[in-house]
Design a protein around this ligand. Sequence first.
Ligand SMILES: *Cc1c(COP(=O)(O)O)cnc(C)c1O
Length: 239
Amino acid sequence: MTDRRAELARNLAKVEERIAAACAAAGRPRDEVTLIVVTKTYPASDVRILSELGVRQVGENRDQDAAPKAAACADLPLEWHFIGQLQTNKVRSVVGYADFVQSVDRDRLVTALSREAVRAGREVGCLLQVALDAGASGRGERGGVAPAGIEELAGLVADAPGLRLDGLMTVAPLTGEYAGREQAAFERLVDLSTDLRRSHPTATMVSAGMSADLEQAVAAGATHVRVGSAVLGVRPRLG
Ligand SMILES: *Cc1c(COP(=O)(O)O)cnc(C)c1O
């Protein structure tokens, strides 16, 4: 076993233990929570090792980085989640490999995703990224739709050919009323998901929690956690 393989195996086991403990503490079955390993900034060789270690879901946030990596890993049984802010001029590329786009936050993006999904003959699972710190503009600092905009955007996705409305995603806000209150933020997302499922019962995914706050996400009821640095190491650059 190479050093890197041993390191990733060890980190993965630790994260797995944390998720299992958080599920046990919350009285939730372990299989209610899916781990997405965020491989951004790390090479395709790491993705390959992770796949050999049993990882099936990976997350990326920049198309320039993700597209060649996904191409290099096309033989692996992975599902790719795009989790970063997405410009419409990158949509064609992203739709080429992403099984899920978790950062759907505006009408124009829905239109572009639908057009490219149809063109590619693919169905893309969409999560609406919710900005719990959205200001008067109705959008978050780091993207995301304000809670008041969810229903309308959800309707657009649900009606768009080539797209499937799968749920909601958030990142714990650094500012506003939820700053420093990760669990409260994630509980709010779960409440919003409950509301959404009244009109869209199959939109069951709740993606919340990262390396630092996955326990709070599991406690709040998240179905998917997105964990990068706790598995791969602290990233050498921002991403
Ligand atoms: C980078 C990133 C993660 C993973 O963050 P870590 O702190 O490395 O676990 C999760 N979600 C999003 C949207 C990210 O950009």
